[in-house]
Design a protein around this ligand. Sequence first.
Ligand SMILES: *Cc1c(COP(=O)(O)O)cnc(C)c1O
Length: 447
Amino acid sequence: MSPVNFPSKRHPFYQDVPDEKWNDWRWQLANRLNSVEDFEKLFTLTESERRALSAQGLFRVDITPYFASLINPDDPRDPIRLQVVPQADEIVPFTGMMEDSLAEDRHSPVPGLVHRYPDRVLMLVTTQCASYCRYCTRSRIVGDPSATFSRSEFEMQIEYLKNTPQVRDVLLSGGDPLTLAPKQLEELLRRLREIPHIEIIRIGSRVPVFMPQRITPEFCDMIQKYHPVWMNIHVNHPNEISQELADACDRLSRAGVPLGNQSVLLAGVNDCVHIQRRLVQDLVKIRVRPYYLYQCDLVEGTGHFRTPVAKGVEIIEGLRGHTSGYAVPTYVVDAPGGGGKIPVMPNYMISMSDHKIILRNYEGYITTYEEPVTYQPHDPKTCPYCQSRRPEPGQTGISGLLDGDEMFIKPQDFDLLHNRGGGAHRLRADENKWKPLGIGGQTHEEM
Ligand SMILES: *Cc1c(COP(=O)(O)O)cnc(C)c1O
């Protein structure tokens, strides 16, 4: 049992359900709410919700009785209700809206395996979830049982991983990996563990939040066999932190699974510094480390949830320094088109000279840090870590510029444009004259 106390709720409609059923995750899955009639047993739907529920082509609706019980039935703007009960605004298009805003499918060498970063992959293992978030970034495939990954696609994913030794971290997502049949999930973990270069396995799951009953002692015994396994859960509002979730996180932590949280910044749900501060402080109480706070992606159905990026900056301004560093997530914009996560935060560096830097803290206190005048630069030639570095060409980025791999990063068609259609002539004959004579402390001969 978790050492901290949080409220535990069960809607009066479910009072007569025997505890052994309520606490059985299979019962929770089998009794999900998805229709006007189901919802009206718990609360009165708004006009907007009724309209959405009868719309064509709506993103799948399904809510576990446990999660629905956390909704205040008297509040049509309840922050949990907004996350899972559709509203008519969902059908409204907006500028910039895309089907696959992160271009995940373009970055997939095989279906369901997104390899965007050099050393880690996102592995989509199912399209099913315990409940469906209205702002789902993967609504293009999630919820649709016919879009789920086949056995042969799974084998292709494994084959790619076996043949790609730079992958040392596999992040399981979907859909929700914890909705897989227990045997299937264990097979997946076992197959990944057979690949020697995979150092860590991560699971991204909202099951502990939607259906904490799934985190059984048997599940915890199973997961421990495949360590190191990390898990990120997904909590957006303090009302989601119940006794059941606290206990599930306690069991996972005791099984040695380090827990993080990823939340999404959502208008009307958690776009408030004070809600966010309560959320992150409650998360660290249940030993869950806030990891990322995401800006809402440009996906169909999310228009009414979007906030300006400035709201995220304001939230970080209100957290960093004001509360435990452990409780402060990294606020990120996942770049449209597939650039990956880009951290955004307030500016703490105010100015600098060649020997000092001016910084400000969260209170507005402005200070001077004197730079050392005798710094002996790190010597890559005698450092074994520098020497054994094997950068992936094309992905070393700004760090690669600093390391001296390249001298510049050029926009697409830069050379073509600056050629100005002039072609070759006598002043362009010796190309070496615009190559660097030496970069990163190395001369041309050493390069
Ligand atoms: C978020 C993400 C990861 C993991 O990123 P971390 O910053 O390491 O948590 C990996 N691959 C893809 C495609 C992602 O979107």
